[in-house]
Write a protein that binds this ligand. Structure first.
Ligand code: 13P
Length: 255
């Protein structure tokens, strides 16, 4: 059985921004998307701007706040870390976890990512768990293996009733920031694999799970990838810093 899934468009500003940029970018995005009934939109600025962005989007019900990472620990002597509790405190509803840049530069393992996802769910927030293969892995025919390993690690740690609280983002590493997006067919193939994998634990969670695509999404290519049956939104990096581009992506995601 398939069910209608509302598209979700997530802006990952990464380590970009300043108060001024947040003000002007958000004003344009909020004005430009106000007339859209869907999709749901999430803005993920760097930690230090979360509260500021929370205030700017306060009265806009279709736009939510998200963070780019959090600690797997709930509190304690973890200098420089931020807990999911704290993120909830400042108004976050979503937290990206396991982004490939964190796996690559901060050594986050599948196990770490699973622990983070659990701590996010524990706080009644929605984790956006990122998975994706390197170019080398794709070219050597290992895409399915890598994705299954990353998804299985999450499923192993989550009890059945928690799986439907997770959003997944498929972000092929070779497509991130390269201008070389996956083709709609490549995205659909992996999204379908992910949904099938989740179905091994819970068919209803698989039917309801939003699976986002990320990697060089622009206003020009968003409609095509969003037209795929198992693509339920986008995780947007570079184009989320350009209001006109981001608005076009949101326009393409209306259902
Ligand atoms: P780009 O959209 O810049 O390719 O980045 C994708 C991404 O990593 C979003 O999390």
């Amino acid at each position: 059985m398939t069910q209608e899934r509302q598209n979700l468009i997530v802006a990952n500003w990464k380590m970009n921004g300043a108060f001024e940029m947040a003000n002007s970018l958000l004003e344009e995005v909020l004005n430009g998307t106000r007339q859209f009934k869907s999709p749901s939109i999430v803005i993920c600025p760097p930690f230090v701007y979360l509260q500021h962005v929370a205030q700017l989007i306060e009265s806009n019900s279709s736009v939510s706040l998200g963070a780019q990472n959090c600690s797997e620990h709930s509190a304690g002597a973890y200098t420089g870390e931020v807990s999911s509790n704290m993120l909830k405190d400042v108004g976050c509803q979503y937290v990206i976890c396991g982004h490939s840049e964190r796996r690559q530069y901060n050594g986050e393992t599948d196990e770490d990512v699973a622990q983070k996802a659990i701590s996010i769910i524990d706080r009644q927030l929605t984790p956006i768990v990122c998975v994706g293969e390197t170019l080398n892995e794709r070219q050597s025919g290992k895409t399915d293996l890598v994705i299954e390993r990353q998804i299985d690690s999450i499923l192993e740690h989550c009890e059945k009733q928690l799986v439907d609280r997770i959003t997944i983002a498929y972000e092929p590493i070779w497509a991130i920031g390269t201008g070389r997006s996956a083709t709609p067919e490549q995205a659909q193939e992996v999204h379908h694999l992910i949904r099938n994998r989740i179905a091994t634990l819970s068919q209803s969670a698989a039917d309801g799970c939003r699976i986002l695509y990320g990697g060089s999404v622009t206003g020009e290519n968003a409609a095509e990838v969003l037209g795929q049956i198992d693509v339920d939104g986008c995780l947007v990096g570079g184009a989320s810093l350009k209001a006109a581009q981001f608005i076009e992506i949101c326009r393409a995601a209306q259902r």
